[in-house]
Design a protein around this ligand. Structure first.
Ligand SMILES: *Cc1c(COP(=O)(O)O)cnc(C)c1O
Length: 434
């Protein structure tokens, strides 16, 4: 498999180089040259196949010969060392819990896969240090930091917006130490993302250091996100939930996650419909309504990991459907919700179903509920993308109860973090070059 640049001004490269480059030299996102189709046999028998085997079959066509079978299996086993339960909320709604990894958010899957793959490349073929640069609106940074912690030959630099991530998120970024460096940017997520994008095409930087991105723009993080759609489908088959059509509601920000879902469908996974559920940063729901894509300045919300005004992966979604707006519209609906709707729903679902949503999952839930209210022949799954403890300030105030602290974060709560404040591009550049 080769990857082309969506700006169409760079050479195509294999998986390894797409992963190392992050962004193509012409600033375009990498995109697979073709969409591999999986055999329908896989889907009929999927309830008899282990998650690791499913993941192998899904990712193998994308990585091609960049890794041998045994090492790929090992990378997958290491990546998927936790559960992906599907919990029933009511007769039509299921929560796909993607927060059982080390940093309690779905980004652990992509980040762990990428970290292990890069570690493998580095060990086999290189001896120069690689720097991984990542901009985060909240959860990416923690997942990447944890995924790469103590991986040999790799330094990680994280850019996060000052005062715009939760306390626990900040702890996750700043308390690991070792090869992980946290930079607190005086700005918002879009500023962080723009700085990162410019670094990757900065000649001086590229001459002096080996640098790559670990944002969802990196194919090493984006593609493994297909896995859990397949795992969820396996549960659907296991439970015989096939007399209605299925719809997946994905709380979305940069649109990498839902883009992986759409890709899974094009590979053959029998998902009937997708919902992109957003907060008030609603460029895509508006696009789906009007056909006009109008990026906006980011607005701060309580679902901060989705505060993105110009989603990077939109162009990949457009390419998956060959820029055919009507085709895309048939597959994907879009809804957006305010902070007060979100926090009220956290309260309602807790009272009614004794289930604690985080603000992102709550938006996924709201989108699903809205879709189901006018589509009777469907049942649905929403992606619960983060553990509610990550947003305890918001959630506990609403439900008026303490959320049990999961084991993954017990030990960081009392640690003091280490961060370096920066306010402009040149400061970032000199940090990287020193
Ligand atoms: C990153 C994130 C999202 C948004 O995912 P995208 O792939 O950027 O659309 C949603 N929820 C949580 C908890 C996240 O961390």
């Amino acid at each position: 498999m080769n990857y082309i640049s969506l700006n169409h001004n760079s050479k195509k490269v294999n998986f390894e180089n797409a992963l190392i480059n992050g962004l193509a030299p012409d600033k375009g996102l990498y995109f697979p040259e073709y969409i591999p189709k999986l055999s329908t046999k896989l889907f009929k028998n999927i309830d008899n196949i282990s998650n690791n085997e499913i993941a192998y079959k899904v990712i193998k066509p994308f990585v091609g010969n960049c890794v041998d079978k045994n090492n790929l299996i090992k990378i997958i086993e290491d990546t998927l060392s936790f559960e992906f339960p599907l919990k029933q909320i009511n007769n039509l709604i299921y929560s796909l819990e993607l927060f059982h990894g080390p940093t309690l958010a779905f980004k652990d899957v992509g980040a762990r896969f990428m970290a292990r793959f890069l570690g493998y490349i580095n060990e086999k073929k290189r001896n120069k240090k690689i720097t991984v640069l990542v901009a985060t609106s909240g959860d990416t940074g923690g997942a990447v930091a944890s995924g790469f912690n103590n991986i040999e030959g790799i330094d990680v630099v994280i850019l996060y917006p000052k005062n715009k991530v939760s306390k626990i998120q900040e702890k996750q970024l700043t308390t690991l130490g070792n090869n992980i460096y946290a930079l607190e940017v005086d700005g918002d997520f879009d500023d962080c993302q723009n700085m990162a994008k410019n670094i990757f095409v900065d000649d001086q930087i590229n001459n002096e250091i080996d640098i790559t991105s670990a944002n969802s723009i990196n194919v090493g993080r984006w593609l493994p996100q297909t896995f859990y759609y397949f795992f969820a489908y396996k549960e659907i088959i296991k439970r015989g939930l096939t007399n209605k059509k299925n719809v997946f509601s994905v709380p979305s920000g940069n649109f990498g996650n839902i883009c992986a879902g759409l890709l899974s469908k094009l590979m053959g996974l029998p998902i009937n419909h997708f919902i992109s559920s957003t907060n008030i940063n609603n460029v895509i729901p508006i696009f789906l309504k009007t056909g006009q894509y109008k990026p906006k300045k980011t607005i701060k919300t309580i679902s901060n990991a989705m505060d993105v005004g110009n989603p990077s992966n939109f162009i990949r979604i457009q390419n998956l459907y060959k820029n055919d707006f009507h085709k895309l519209k048939k597959i994907m609906s879009g809804y957006y919700f305010s902070d007060s709707q979100t926090s009220n729903e956290i309260y309602n679902v807790f009272k009614k179903h004794n289930y604690i949503l985080d603000p992102h999952g709550a938006i996924g839930y709201l989108g699903l509920k809205k879709f189901l209210s006018s589509n009777e022949n469907y049942f649905g799954v929403f992606l619960e993308t983060a553990h509610p403890i990550k947003f305890l300030e918001i959630v506990e105030k609403k439900i008026k109860e303490k959320i049990p602290v999961p084991k993954q974060i017990k030990n960081i709560l009392n640690k003091n973090g280490n961060k370096t404040p920066i306010s402009n591009y040149n400061e970032l550049k000199s940090f990287l070059l020193k």
